[in-house]
Design a protein around this ligand. Structure first.
Ligand code: FAD
Length: 431
């Protein structure tokens, strides 16, 4: 019997899941891809709108108008589906969305997507002696609700939509504007304003530079060691914000105080899966953590539910591509998982080891350097081609360039020469 798979979301991860399911017609029926919005692409669908739509649903995408990718297309692509050769290495969100449309068309995924259909609930159904199955309840815009049963569910609903805003004493007395990068679209409205940007990771840095170019006075407040690379004029660094004073001034950890018109939180996102019952699945889903997940994908008690792309500091599309192929190998029996207790023990051991190394709770799903071995292990155990070494090598080079030239590294253009070598074809990041 062919297995039926439900895919929640038609962003990059959901499209990747659908593409690989469709390529295994002897094991899987065509997937049902549920997509909340009327479009594919998720994050890459730029939407000028912020807040909520008329139907009460919050805007999903956190994309800003002038974003250029922070990975070159040579690394960002699904390994078996290159971007168009004439594009430069660092892309606009429009180019990425076009790429995902091309991907969707090439693998004929469109007919399997149910647009404007929200997954409201995913419930596990246990029948004695049989594998658990999944009841998926969805609603369409006409108010129709239906429940269908599947053998497996791929959760591809993304995790850059629910803003994480740390609790700062006195923030309610702040007189100016408070927003999260989720609702930032472009810099013009902030020209001439004093903006405190909280957080200096990818979005915090990029948005600070956009704001400074538009003529805002930016204070980039963060808990990292002082950034040593040159920041553009108009940006000064500060330590973490510890409080907002009664007169609306912003106080930093080093005791200094600044007045601000805007507080811009670039403080990340919460994991939010309103359609799942965490306790039923044996999971803890808190703001910044989902655990325990074997191989960062499946609850050990229910290894036919897969979270795709949940890790942070990864090369997203290649990572999704590895996870999806591994998950399908679990479902078709070509990978045999250890018993539940062993999977639980392994996850726990891994978490404990990280905590002992000083990794903070909200960083437990950060992969960073570990991502390469992770993908390698998935490929080896499921028998699909590993990521070509050139992906890691160019990713690390770009990471280095970002540390030194955060403003200009996107001027560089690369070319892949082979599975192990790349070359810089033009551009200079030196000012
Ligand atoms: P999403 O793109 O978020 O897609 C999830 C989909 O699920 C959405 O379409 C949503 O509508 C749908 N959905 C959600 N809930 C439901 C539900 N209940 N029912 C039905 N459908 C649902 N990555 C890079 O590789 N390079 C970059 O340069 C880069 N820049 C980024 C910049 C920003 C500002 C952000 C936020 C992210 C960036 N990323 C980048 C990471 C990016 O999120 C991933 O590359 C990738 O697009 C995530 O895909 P996804 O499918 O996991 O999630």
């Amino acid at each position: 019997m062919l297995q039926r798979v439900a895919v929640v979301g038609a962003g990059a991860a959901g499209l990747c899941a659908a593409r690989h399911i469709l390529s295994r017609p002897s094991s899987f029926a065509p997937p049902v891809v549920f997509e909340l919005t009327g479009n594919i692409g998720g994050t890459w669908c730029y939407d000028e709108h912020v807040g909520t739509y008329d139907n009460g649903r919050p805007v999903h995408s956190s994309m800003y108008r002038d974003l250029r990718t922070n990975l070159p297309k040579e690394v960002m692509m699904f390994p078996d589906f290159p971007f168009e050769p004439e594009l430069s290495s660092f892309l606009s969100h429009r180019a990425v969305l076009q790429y995902l449309h091309r991907y969707c068309q090439s693998y004929d995924i469109g007919p399997h997507i149910r647009f404007n259909t929200a997954v409201e609930r995913v419930r596990v159904v246990m029948t004695t002696g049989e594998k658990p199955r999944w009841e998926v309840t969805s609603s369409d815009p006409s108010g129709g609700v239906q429940t269908e049963t599947f053998d497996s569910v791929f959760v591809c609903s993304g995790h850059y939509s629910d803003p994480h805003i740390p609790d700062i004493p006195g923030i309610r007395s702040f007189k100016g504007k408070v927003l999260h990068s989720h609702s930032y679209r472009h810099a013009e409205p902030y020209a001439g304003q004093a903006v405190v940007v909280l957080g200096a990771k990818a979005s915090g840095l990029d948005i600070s530079m956009e704001l400074a170019r538009a003529g805002a006075q930016v204070t980039l407040s963060h808990a990292l060691p002082r950034l040593t690379f040159p920041l553009p004029a108009g940006i000064q660094q500060a330590s973490s914000v510890v409080a907002v004073e009664e007169d609306g001034g912003v106080r930093f950890q080093d005791g200094s105080v600044a007045s601000a018109d805007v507080l811009m939180f670039c403080t990340g996102y919460n994991f939010k899966y309103p359609f799942l019952d965490a306790a039923e699945l044996g999971l803890v889903i808190q703001d910044q953590v989902v655990s325990p997940l074997y191989r960062f994908m499946m609850p050990p008690a229910f290894p036919s539910l897969f979270f795709i792309g949940i890790c942070k500091i990864i090369c997203p599309f290649p990572n999704f591509n590895c996870q999806v192929q591994f998950a399908l190998a679990v479902l078709d029996g070509s990978v045999t998982l250890p018993p539940q207790a062993q999977m639980e023990e392994e996850v726990l051991r891994d978490l404990q080891e990280k905590v002992e190394r000083g990794v903070k709770q909200h960083h437990l799903l950060k992969m960073d350097q570990d991502q390469w071995e992770y993908c390698e292990v998935l490929a080896r155990s499921a028998g699909f081609p590993p990521l070509p070494p050139v992906v890691r090598s160019l990713y690390e080079e770009v990471w280095r360039q970002r540390q030194v030239h955060p403003e200009n590294y996107r001027r560089l253009n690369y070319r892949l020469i082979s599975s192990t070598r790349w070359e810089l074809i033009n551009g200079s990041a030196d000012g």
